[in-house]
Design a protein around this ligand. Structure first.
Ligand code: NAD
Length: 473
């Protein structure tokens, strides 16, 4: 019988009346079921979070930190099980699933080191004025399917650390490892502080429009982010949106081709390219274009695509059928238009699972769909550029502004290029590094607000200024 995973509502593990099947994208087999919740279950979860809020907000930071220390220990002790479950529902190879779970442990330990310090704005003869931070209340968290557990943890920890309580909704495509984690940590927090509920397409809009939720923290596509913002506007819920990206990687003419080829490959293909901050447009200076594109193609041809649970697999399937069809459609469009493929492009529909071959394109035009749109799959368009000014304007000619990278043997000089990119993060000679103490957020249509760092924590709070006149009334 298929394993049924329960929701966490008010400290209890709750089964569903209706269930959603969860599929392994490597073989399309059902591997588990999760409750298909609607308004009634959501109301219970929100009521539990609301009831838990007055007491939780009065706990000290030290009490909250003690809970996170326990949570990290529990996740770490169960890493192997969570890693295997994550691979089976998400598709990523065991190594990458292991890194995601290790990242959860790391974030659960590191984020609580952040502080919500009071600030004195005036200490004069006339008055003492200080700004404190108060939690906004009940937070609704919405998570995507590419890094389901890490994205959940990156929302849970700062929300609860700030004194908020939470109702979190995983993606219906990848809820299993998150619900197993919920079961493992159920006793760590007082009942109602953390609630995790699952449901289909209808549940997200119910959450964003729920009148007793004060803030939404959302990670997902830009299109959905706009809907979330619209829905939250009805009662002015606070929002943080982490959205899509179309990150440019810029390879300057002085880059060391041998070193950069492999790093760039993984900047694009980690998690089968299903990363918001993957390098999705690769601009290579014309002086080294031929050499570097040949080195990338050689590396790409040797990488094993397969079931993430199999030894030696470096790239797994696309996580779900809908996204799989979208990536194939972008590749078909590139073929129809006659763009040149260095690697991949052919796909065998008879193989079960949502596998897309590693695909590298040779200098498609800037307005090709595969360049202009977020592919979110194992696809890497390589493009030639001539001058730095030209490549900066091409990189910035996007509604997205999530991140970008520059590759060079003179990193200090590249800072001046980095400063001209219209993105929230720029890496020089690496990619995808996120730190618990640095804000991560998109410019333009890649987001609203930030996660991580002090800025991320402040998003779960309101400022409150208390002023005492020195002269008594
Ligand atoms: P998605 O927008 O389809 O779904 C994200 C979540 O929103 C899911 O839990 C989904 O059930 C829920 N949802 C769907 N419709 C909703 C609605 N109308 N109201 C409220 N919730 C709704 O995104 P996805 O396909 O799961 O994830 C891929 C996208 O996420 C990519 O665009 C990627 O770049 C982006 N992403 C961004 C970041 C970041 O930090 N910036 C991180 C990971 C993924």
């Amino acid at each position: 019988m298929t394993t049924q995973y329960k929701n966490l509502i008010n400290g209890e593990l709750v089964a569903g009346d209706k269930w959603i099947d969860v599929v392994n994208p490597a073989n399309e087999q059902v591997i588990g079921q999760v409750p298909d919740c609607g308004q009634a279950e959501l109301d219970k979860a929100v009521a539990a979070a609301r009831a838990a809020f007055p007491k939780w907000k009065k706990t000290s930071m030290e009490e909250r930190r003690a809970c996170f220390a326990k949570m990290a220990d529990v996740i770490k002790a169960n890493s192997d099980e969570l890693m295997r479950l994550l691979t089976s529902e998400q598709g990523k190879p065991h190594m990458q699933a292991g890194s995601e779970i290790a990242g959860c442990v790391g974030m659960t330990r590191a984020l609580p080191m952040l502080n919500l310090e009071e600030k004195i704005s005036e200490d004069s003869e006339k008055r003492l004025s200080r700004t404190r931070r108060v939690p906004v209340g009940v937070v609704g968290g919405i998570v995507p399917w590419n890094f389901p557990v890490l994205m959940a943890v990156q929302k849970i920890v700062p929300a609860l650390l700030s004194g908020c309580t939470m109702v979190l909704k995983p993606s219906p495509f990848t809820p299993l490892a998150t619900l197993r984690m919920a079961e493992l940590i159920a006793g760590v927090f007082p009942a109602g502080v953390l609630n995790i509920i699952t449901g289909g397409d209808a549940l997200g809009p119910l959450l964003t429009s729920h009148p007793d939720i004060d803030k939404i923290t959302f990670t997902g596509s830009t299109a959905t982010g706009k809907r979330v913002m619209e829905s939250a506007s009805k009662d002015l819920k606070r929002i943080t949106l982490e959205l899509g990206g179309n990150d440019a990687a810029i390879v300057l003419p002085d880059a060391d081709v041998a070193k950069v080829a492999e790093k760039l490959f993984w900047a694009s293909f980690y998690n089968a390219g299903q990363v918001c901050i993957a390098a999705k447009r690769i601009y290579i200076h014309e002086d080294i274009y031929d050499e570097l594109s040949a080195a990338i193609a050689a590396y790409a041809s040797a990488v094993k695509v397969g079931d993430g649970a199999e030894q030696g697999t470096a790239i797994g399937p696309i996580q779900n059928k809908q996204q799989y069809k979208r990536v194939l459609e972008l590749i078909a469009d590139a073929k129809d238009k006659g763009y040149k493929f260095l690697v991949g492009g052919d796909h065998d529909p008879s193989i079960p699972g949502y596998f897309v071959p590693v695909t590298v394109l040779d200098n498609p035009p800037e307005d090709a769909r595969i360049v202009a749109e977020e592919q979110f799959g194992p696809v890497m368009p390589l493009m030639k550029f001539t001058t730095v000014d030209e490549v900066i304007s091409r990189a910035n000619a996007s509604d997205y502004g999530l991140a970008g990278s520059i590759w060079t043997s003179n990193p200090e000089a590249a800072v001046a290029v980095a400063e001209q990119l219209e993105t929230g993060t720029v890496w020089i000679n690496e990619s995808m590094h996120l730190a618990p103490n640095a804000p991560f957020g998109g410019h333009k249509q890649s987001g609203f607000g930030a996660e991580l760092g002090e800025e991320g924590l402040l998003e779960f709070t309101y400022p409150q200024v208390i002023t005492i006149a020195r002269e008594a009334a």
